[in-house]
Design a binder for this molecule. Sequence first.
Ligand code: M6R
Length: 614
Amino acid sequence: MCGIVGYVGARQAQDVVVEGLRRLEYRGYDSAGIALVHDGRVASAKRAGKLVNLEKEVAGNPLPTSSTGIGHTRWATHGAPNDANAHPHLGRERRVAVVHNGIIENFAQLRGELESVGHEMSSETDTEVTAHLLELEVQAGHDLTVAMQRVCCRLEGAFTLVAVDGADPDRVVAARRNSPLVVGLGEGENFLGSDVAAFIEHTREAMELDQDQVVTITREGVEVSGFDGSPAQGRRYHVDWDLTAAEKDGHDWFMRKEIYEQPRAVADSLLGRRTPEGLLQLDEMRLSDDELREVDKIIIIAAGTSFYAGMVAKYAIEHWTRIPVEVELASEFRYRDPILTQSTLVVAISQSGETADTLQAIRHARVQRAKVLAICNTNGSTIPRESDGVIYTHAGPEIGVASTKGYLTQLVACYLLALYLAQVKGTRFGDEIGEVMDQLDQMPAHIETVLANDQQVYDLARDHFDSSSVLFLGRHAGYPVALEGALKLKELAYIHAEGFAAGELKHGPIALIEDGLPVLCIVPPRGRDQLHAKMLSGIQEVRARGARTICLAEEGDESITPYADELIRLPQVPVLLQPLVAVVPLQLFACELATAMGHDVDQPRNLAKSVTVE
Ligand code: M6R
C-alpha cells in the first residue's frame, strides 16, 4: 500500500528512484511522484495514474541532475487519486519534500493548527501537514533527523515518512511506525524502500528497523534512532533472492510467471524440513516443543487469500492433531473479544507480513498472552518480527497483486505446522507423518502436470469472455479452493464470482442458477467417505437447472463424465492435499480471462499488494 523509495549516492538519483518505483508499483498505482535535491532546493514532479505518466512528465520537463532523491507510488487513502494529492508533498517554502505511506489519524487537528497560523494546503492529503511541520522544524535550526524525530512525536496513526531538505543535500531521513520500511546498504550509497525490491538491483544487503524509529542515510552510512533521539541499531540481513526474481522473465504478467513458478516454490518451501532421521524440523519456529505440547486451541487469523489458506489448514490440523481450530478474518478478530489463554496458539498467515489487519490482530493476541506463530513469505517484515515464532514460506518475491505462489506455499507451511504439531503431541505415528511428507514431496511434479494442461484452461477462459457471473463449488478442503477461485476472478476480471460449499447450495444460492451460468466444481478425490458422492449430487442439481458445469476431477474418475460440460483433469492426490493442485487451473482461468478482457492483471483496479491500513 504505497511504495516508497529514497536514495543518496553517486548515481543519478532520478534513475535509481524511478527504477525503484517501477519495482514497487504493485504496492499502489493511483499516482507517482519524485523529489530531487539540487542546488539548495527541491525539484519535484508528480502525476496521477501509473508510473508511466510520471515518466512522460519528466521526459518532457526534465528534472535537474541530483544524487539525492525520494519517490512514491500511491494507493489513495486521503483524497482522490489526482495530481494535487500525489506525493511528494512540500512545505510552505518548498524546502522540504515528504513521501508517506499510511494514515495520520490526527492530521485534521494538525492541519487546523497550521492553517490558523497562515499555512495553506494544496492537497486533501494527511501527508501534506508533515511536510509543513518538518519544514518549520528545519527552519527553526534543527537538522532533518531531529526535525523528523520531533514531528513523529506529534503524529498519531501508522506511517512511513521519507523526507529530503533542499538545504541539506546529502541526507535522506525516514521514519516508521506500523508501516514498512527497509534500508538497502551499498558502497558509497544507501537506499530506502518499502521493501527490498526497491533496491535489489543495487544491493542485497539490507537492514530492518523497529517500530518508532528514525533512520538517516548518507553516502557514508546509516544511523538509526528512536523518536526520542536515543541511539538505536537496525538488524542487518542478506536478501536471498536477486534481480532475476523480480523480473517477468518473458511472461506478459508477473502473475503468470508466478503461477508457473509454483512447482519450484512448493519444492523450496519443503526443503530442509526433515532431519536425516526423518523427523520434521521447522527452523525458525522459536516456540519450544514443550510450549507446543501445551497448546489446546488454535486460532488462525489472516485476510483474503491467506484466510483461505487458513481454512484449509483447519481441516489438516484438526484431522492430524485433534486440536480445535478456529479461522477468523483478521479484520474482525479483536472486535469480538476472542477467548485467548496462554495455551492458545494464534497462527497469523500473511504473504507480505505487513497487512495491518493481521498485525493489529496479533498484537491483540499477544497482549492477551496467547502465543503467536507467523506464516510469512517476507523476511524482515513486521508480522514475523512481532511473533513468537515463524515459518517462512520461501516462495521468493510475489509481485502480482493476486496471490498465487504465496498461497500454495502458505498451504505447504500449514501442512508442515499440522504435521509438526502431530509429531510433538504424538497424535500421529512417525511413519504416518513420513508418508504425508512423501506425498508433499510429490506435489511439485503434480503441479507441473496441471500446468502442462494450461491450453485447455486458457481456451475455456477465453470462451467465457462475456460471462457476467461465475460460481465455484467445493466441499471440505475444496470449499476454500472454491472461495479462492472466486476471489481471483473478482479481483482480476471484475466480474461477479462466488464460491459456495456445495452442500449449502440448496439452502439458497441455487436460486442463482440459470441457463448457461458457468459453475466450476472442485470434485474431491474418490475415497472412503461420502464426499465425492455428495459433490456429484450437487453437480447434478445445478446442471438440472441449466448450469454449465466445468468440473475439476481426478484422473480416472469417470463417474463425473456424464455431468461435466467441461472436464479438467487433476492428478490423484489425497483429499487434504488436493487444494495444492485444484487451485492452479482456477488461477490460470482468472489470469487468462482478465487478459482477454484487456485488464491489467498485475495491477487490478482499486487494489494494492500489501494492505498496510486498517
Ligand atoms: O500479504 P497478506 O497475505 O497478508 O495479504 C492478504 C490479502 O490482502 C491478499 O491475500 C489479497 O487477498 C490478495 N490480493 C489476493 O489475491
